[in-house]
Design a protein around this ligand. Structure first.
Ligand code: N01
Length: 544
């Protein structure tokens, strides 16, 4: 569709806004800023009572980012990055939430945002060429473009365990932790789940609770974060060349700038490898170990050498041999599930008030009035904490009833596996953009770098269409499928598919299995998107 001006005065001129954005987290806030800077009108609809997205909802004890704060922050404003002072190597949830509130004020974004407003449906009107969003507050918003900035990890996955309604204690999902916190002193607590969230929360809960039972299904690889305060001198050094650091981050495969250019580990003698791993373990963080060698996530033998190193560390840290054995991961490569970072996680099992239950031996049968029943054992507890993850990447989009051309349902379209051209657009849904959608690098690195890239691409696209008088842009089924096949092929050349993980939807019963993130790195992905933009943003958004 061409002719007239998209947005104002033209075909879609009667809409409430040029762009409707769902979600006011990192992506939604930047979308609002970027769009309004170009003179577009924006309405942002946010379910929470504050901006912040992930960092508003995930208030569980120990919640902290596992990408360093100096990189896990916006790069679009030199003034912002100069004035903000991160206090720690890895920022805590309250600090990141303060930062996002600061950004909302600093760039005067609140006037575009409606809080406490959950979008339940989005429908494309083929005559008006607009999207109509419906909310749980019975409002409707119309816009020429709709952007799903709904987050890759925002729909909690709570296991459907029989008997939970009978439980007389309290239960919480970590991603819905009460704002005022939960007083766990003097209480018996059970945590279900040992992913990144559980591994952060367990050491904190163990310090507070009277007794803690951890119910573990799959042991996880975790390495020390080595969090610490950031000194003035260190920050000054970063800030002196911040723009250069950011530019390197933008073209780094993981979105995190690195001084290392790793070489393959294959052929390196075991003793030399071990020295490299010891250095990475001492430095803390995922990159020094995962990027110790360039073939870490493609060569099983190299990967196994690091996995063995971490297994040995677990054996050294955990006093009780049976507990150490139960905590030791096996059967999948290190990093094929997201590598966890921790502060004293394994050492927590040396505390007298902490008990580990291996669910692979005896799965949870049911929840009773007083606790959790596995086999013939009832674990009595006052509080159950579900650290059981999310319906990731596609879950928050399919939670909304999205209808495109001819009433086409996005849920139906994705029933056999979520797919979208470049992870950005799905066929039959004109002018609907996804941030970190299925087929984007999404979660395999510094999500902030991916978000900034997506937002800039989407807003440039909208601006260009508007200037060229093009009303709609959309992908084709063939293009969506071809991209999904490329994403599969790239993953198949790595070790990622060798683990059951939320990357492929394996954690949600009934979800179609398909590896969703684009694993060839931000630099390659950016080049693909740039190619597409260089050919011009037209009505058809399809791969060559
Ligand atoms: O979720 P997960 P998460 N019965 O899906 C278990 C990001 N993040 O919230 O492995 C028993 O990884 C499940 O067991 P299994 C980060 O990208 C980042 O921890 O399926 N157990 C697993 O142990 C991360 O990867 C940060 O066998 C059940 C756990 O619950 C992503 O979010 C912090 C179960 C879920 O682990 C998700 O992490 C936190 C059942 N029925 C999160 N169902 C940082 O930046 C599930 N489990 C630091």
């Amino acid at each position: 569709h061409t002719g007239g001006m998209a947005g104002r005065g033209g075909k879609q001129g009667g809409a409430d806004a040029d762009v409707a954005v769902v979600g006011a987290g990192f992506a939604g806030l930047y979308l609002a800023h970027r769009a309004t800077t170009l003179g577009l009108t924006v309405v942002v609809l946010e379910a929470g009572e504050s901006v912040g997205g992930t960092w508003y909802w995930n208030r569980y004890p120990g919640a902290r980012c596992d990408v360093e704060s100096i990189d896990y922050s916006y790069s679009f404003s030199e003034e912002l990055q100069q004035e903000w002072r991160w206090t720690e190597r890895y920022a805590s949830q309250p600090e990141i939430l303060r930062y996002l509130n600061h950004v909302a004020d600093r760039f005067d974004l609140r006037r575009h945002i409606r809080l406490n407003t959950r979008v339940t449906a989005a429908r494309f009107d083929e005559d008006a060429l607009t999207w109509t969003l419906t909310t749980d507050t019975d409002e409707t918003v119309t816009a020429a473009f709709c952007v799903m900035a709904t987050g890759g990890l925002s729909v909690p996955n709570r296991p459907d365990l029989p008997g939970l309604d009978d439980f007389r204690g309290e239960w919480y999902h970590t991603a819905r932790w009460p704002a005022g916190g939960v007083d766990l002193r003097g209480r018996r607590v059970a945590v279900v789940g040992t992913g990144s969230t559980g591994i952060q929360a367990i050491p904190m809960i163990a310090r507070e609770a009277d007794h803690l039972i951890v119910l573990q299904r799959t042991p996880n690889f975790s390495v020390p974060a080595r969090n610490r305060p950031l000194s003035e001198a260190e920050l000054a050094k970063v800030k002196a060349t911040y723009a250069r650091r950011r530019a390197r981050g933008r073209i780094a495969p993981s979105g995190v700038p690195s001084d290392r250019e790793p070489s393959p580990g294959r052929g390196v003698p075991p003793e030399r490898r071990r020295q490299a791993y010891e250095a990475g373990w001492a430095e803390g963080g995922a990159s020094p170990l995962l990027r110790a060698y360039s073939d870490m996530l493609v060569d099983e033998e190299v990967n196994a050498s690091l996995a063995d190193f971490v297994r040995d560390k677990i054996g050294e840290i955990v006093d009780d041999p049976a507990t150490a054995a139960a905590l030791t991961p096996y059967g999948y490569p290190l990093g094929a599930k997201r590598l966890c970072l921790d502060t004293d996680y394994f050492a927590t099992y040396n505390r007298p008030n902490v008990e580990l239950v291996d669910l692979r031996k005896t799965p949870i049968e049911r929840i009773t009035e007083t606790g959790i029943q596995t086999g013939d054992t009832l674990y009595e507890t006052d509080v159950i904490v579900f650290a059981t993850g999310f319906d990731a990447i596609s879950g928050a989009v399919t939670a909304i009833d999205v209808r495109g051309r001819a009433d086409r349902s996005l849920r139906d379209y994705w029933r056999t596996g979520p797919r979208a051209t470049l992870g950005l657009m799905a066929a039959g849904f004109p002018n609907l953009f996804l941030v970190n959608g299925p087929g984007s690098p999404a979660v395999l690195g510094n999500v902030l770098a991916f978000i900034e890239h997506h937002v800039e691409w989407i807003i440039d696209c909208i601006d260009s269409l508007r200037r060229d008088g093009i009303h709609t842009i959309e992908s084709s089924e063939d293009s969506d499928e071809r991209w999904a096949v490329q994403v599969d092929e790239i993953a198949a050349a790595t070790l990622y598919p060798k683990a059951e993980s939320w990357f492929a939807g394996a954690n949600v019963p009934g979800k179609p299995r398909r590896f969703l993130p684009y694993a060839a790195g931000l630099h390659t992905y950016r080049a693909r998107c740039d190619d597409s933009a260089a050919r011009g943003y037209g009505a058809d958004f399809v791969l060559d």
